[in-house]
Every structure is written in structure tokens, then in C-alpha cells.
Design a protein around this ligand. Sequence first.
Ligand SMILES: [Zn+2]
Length: 116
Amino acid sequence: MIKTKIFNKNWLIEFINGDDSRLGLPEKDIVYAGLCVGSIRRIYIANDMIPDKIKETLIHELTHAYMRETLQDFDIKKSEEFICDFISLFGEEIINKADKILTQREWLFGGVIWAI
Ligand SMILES: [Zn+2]
């Protein structure tokens, strides 16, 4: 488990097995590669993917987390300009954070580590 701050709020990132029930909605026959759960400020990422896919999924879920902590109500499909602005403001920070988390994941053995 890795702790990180997103707009001064504590978030936990957990790398878990792809068949972990926290990544699935069995009743809907859906299994996710990653999941952002805003109500408990957690991100789950499936461990058993190629590194590029893990990074892609982590960036995707971190982007959800940044959106949850910044804007609550918007219609994403009508907001191309908003998405472009969002990425211009936060894209570099999100990707830098993903890189730090993945570096720390390499030497993580069950403890809790802060990724600034
Ligand atoms: Zn998503």
C-alpha cells in the first residue's frame, strides 16, 4: 500500500491481484484493471499486467482522483475544452506522481510509504 496526497487529502494506492474482488463487479460480469473509489479515497490497480498497462491504468485512476478532489459536477462528454484545460493544469503532476508511485512500488514489501 502506498500513501499519497492529492490536494492535501490522503489517498491510498493498492496494487492487488487482477482477480481480487475489489476490482470486479461479478453481478455485472465486469472486471476492471484499476478502480478509483472516491468515498474511501483509494485506488486499486491490478498487479498482473505488463508495466506499460500498469502505468496507463495508474495515470487513468489518478486522473479520476484529481477530478474528484477538484470538480464535482461536469458533463465529461460535452467538455472537451475542460478536459484539455485539466490536462494542461494537472497532467504533468499526475504523470510525475505516477512515476514516483511506480518507483516506490518496486521496493515496497507490504509497508506503507509516502509518495509526495
Ligand atoms: Zn475510468
